[in-house]
Design a protein. Structure first.
Length: 315
């Protein structure tokens, strides 16, 4: 579709939306979001969107459920304002870990989120590094699944990767970590991490690969409470690693995760800005890489009817 382009943002990550608009060379659309005393939300789209190709940027950030409702209401408001097409740009997808029914009588909530976006009026969805790529199959509308691996690999290569080994924190992330290892021409190790309940505290049982005396780079898709990554760090310390660096795409950093990570043996944590990080959660070891240019290109290419596969091939 080639048409008049409009980009709007919810309140979840306005700095990212502003950066995307700066790279795209357009102004961020004007809207008003009002929260009433009864906790209801009202959205008014100030700019005309009739006949426009509209992109709404709203990742899953704290408070998550408020952000979801805000996004759904914005989509509905823009739909009824006669937009030609609406794309929900959700860099970090809500309830992304609830992607399967692994217990009796629970919701596959990621699928429910897909249904809600479609019902609200989204014609397509753009996201980044889903916990499971199969989540794309929950949608009946097109999904553009961008990947941040190239940005992260480029950063570590610029910093130097001498004597480094790429570490997959569990078997589930081995395929993704393997792609990073190939990209940087580095060896890989896999940790056997097991989780027995919902406590977010896994246990490391074995390691596959040689890590002793090496500099480890841990790749993961997200860090929430920090319990998982800290367990990996402790295991690598015991195995004689000389330096431990980590990176993730989505820095949820819930609770006191930032403090725990800063006080750990990590020398550096590299993340992207898919999620807004408030000042109180920033710490000296944290390095933030922006995905704004990648999203800006994807938005402009989509608006112009160009293929975006070259933006995220491989990892």
């Amino acid at each position: 579709m080639t048409g008049k382009l409009k980009i709007f943002s919810g309140n979840a990550n306005v700095p990212l939306a502003q950066a995307i608009c700066k790279h795209a060379g357009i102004e961020l659309g004007e809207r008003e979001v009002i929260r009433f005393s009864n906790e209801n939300i009202k959205v008014k789209i100030v700019d005309s969107v009739r006949g426009h190709d509209v992109f709404i940027i709203q990742p899953s950030c704290t408070p998550v459920n408020d952000g979801i409702m805000e996004l759904l209401i914005m989509i509905d408001a823009i739909k009824h304002a006669s937009a030609a097409r609406i794309t929900a740009v959700v860099p970090y997808f809500p309830y992304v870990r609830s992607d399967k029914k692994d217990e009796p009588r629970i919701s596959i909530t990621a699928r429910l989120m897909a249904d809600l976006l479609e019902t609200a009026g989204a014609d397509r969805v753009m996201t980044m590094n889903l916990h499971s790529p199969q989540i794309q199959g929950f949608f009946r509308v097109p999904v553009d699944h961008l990947l941040a691996g190239r940005l992260l690999c480029d950063y570590f290569e610029e910093c130097g990767t001498d004597n480094c080994v790429v570490v997959a924190p569990d078997a589930g992330s081995a395929k993704r970590a393997g792609a990073y290892a190939i990209r940087m021409n580095l060896p890989m190790a896999i940790l056997d991490k097991r989780r027995s309940d919902d406590s977010e505290t896994p246990y490391i049982h074995h390691v596959i690969g040689d890590v002793k005396g090496k500099r480890a780079i841990i790749f993961d898709d997200e860090i929430a409470s920090g319990g998982s990554i800290l367990e990996v760090v402790r295991a690598l310390e015991d195995l004689g690693v000389t330096e431990i660096q980590a990176c993730c795409v989505h820095p949820v950093l819930s609770g006191d995760a930032a403090e725990k990570l800063n006080n750990s043996a990590l020398s550096k944590l590299v993340v992207t800005d898919t999620i807004f990080i408030p000042e109180e959660k920033k710490f000296p070891k944290l390095k933030v890489i922006s995905v704004s240019e990648l999203f800006a290109k994807a938005i402009m290419f989509t608006n112009q009817g160009k293929s975006i596969s070259g933006l995220y091939n491989g990892y």
